[in-house]
Ligand binder design. Structure first.
Ligand code: AN7
Length: 351
């Protein structure tokens, strides 16, 4: 059957009715990949799965929530939406807004979003405003504007965003035919870990699964307010997607971690980049740097002896590596340039 997006697939779990206009790009149904090469390199005794959210229509998990947020905004008669973003939310809002035929305003931190994401917001004709500040400052402005003017905020504070993002957890359960022991994911604004936990609990409540995973959230060490227990005024990390110092869903992320007996922890930029490169070279999976914080978390916790034989471990890879080609090129060996002659090519190939 044709996949019709997360609203149609999981309609019974979502706040939609026959009257809701479904604005979808057929998001969801993303690859759930068993990664034996990576498991062998980290710990051969675990079953390691990656949920590759870079396969969504705009290249990140944000589409799951955006289909709900935009559909509900249109249902409510809104003709404009606004978000602050480290890039992926703006790309997704711009695309879904274009499909709905409404105005999209995006506020981003100047110079701190990957070019692919900026390109997306621009080509979908969003009004893009760069602020000379960080994401947290942009979000404060957006909250204030959406409170005073007829424009719907589509950051994850919008409850429909988190509802839609629960579908990530639903799919993992459907694809693993049960529930994992551990679920690792990167944490920025902390909406996704909140949504996954809501999703798992919802499936548990309805008897679709018989237990719950431990939620393991990982922030970048230079942007780890939840771990440190205080707002980080000047967050800093190469993983720009999660360069956030005052997460909107802070409290609910802490609840997700404690209720599930998991944790919110952090990994350094070096650990993130190591995982980013391992994913690409050992498994053929190209995710963005922020996404690799989940796998970096698995590596870190494995060293601490967390896992036991047979543990099912899932990592959400939140966004596609193609969002930030500069990052990949900077970290890789440069191509060799030779004359257009067979001999020259053979010499480089070593034949
Ligand atoms: C690739 O786009 O906050 O903890 O404005 O793009 O739910 O915030 C992006 C976040 C992880 C963190 N991985 O998720 C935005 C934005 C990627 C991301 C996160 C983001 P949350």
């Amino acid at each position: 059957m044709r996949w019709r997006g997360v609203i149609e697939q999981y309609r019974e779990y979502l706040s939609v009715t026959d009257k809701t206009p479904v604005i979808t790009l057929n998001e969801g149904n993303t690859p759930f990949v068993l990664c034996n090469n990576l498991a062998r390199a980290i710990n051969p005794e675990i079953e390691l799965y990656l949920k590759f959210e870079g396969s969504n229509p705009t290249g990140s998990f944000k589409d799951r929530g955006m289909t709900m947020a935009i559909s509900k905004a249109v249902e409510a008669g809104s003709n404009a939406v606004i978000c602050a973003s480290t890039g992926n939310t703006s790309a997704s809002a711009a695309a879904y807004g274009a499909r709905a035929g409404i105005k999209v305003f995006v506020i981003i931190p100047e110079g701190k979003i990957a070019m692919g994401k900026l390109a997306q917001a621009m080509i979908h004709q969003a009004v893009v405003i760069q602020v000379q500040g960080n994401f947290d400052e942009a979000l404060t402005i957006v909250k204030s504007i959406s409170g005073e003017y007829p424009v719907t905020m589509v950051n994850s504070i919008n409850p429909y965003r988190l509802e839609g993002q629960m579908s990530g957890a639903f799919e993992v359960c459907d694809q693993i035919n049960g529930y994992p022991d551990y679920h690792f994911l990167p944490v920025g604004n902390a909406g996704n870990i909140t949504a996954y936990w809501m999703g798992y609990k919802e499936f548990y409540k309805r008897g679709k699964i018989t237990g719950l995973p431990k939620m393991m959230g990982f922030q970048a060490a230079g942007a780890a307010p939840i771990v440190l227990g205080h707002v980080v005024e000047k967050p800093s990390t190469i993983a720009t997607a999660i360069r956030i110092g005052n997460p909107a869903s802070w409290k609910s992320a802490v609840v997700a971690a404690s209720e599930s007996k998991g944790e919110i922890n952090m990994v350094t930029d070096e650990e993130i980049l190591e995982a980013y490169k391992m994913l690409a070279s050992n498994e053929g999976i190209f995710c963005e740097a922020a996404s690799a914080a989940s796998v970096a978390g698995v590596i870190k916790k494995n060293k601490e002896g967390l896992f036991t034989k047979g543990d099912k471990v899932v990592c959400t890879l939140t966004g596609h590596g193609l969002k930030d080609t500069e990052m990949a090129i900077n970290l890789s060996q440069k191509p060799v340039t030779v004359k257009a002659e067979k001999g020259e090519v053979l010499r480089v190939l070593g034949y």
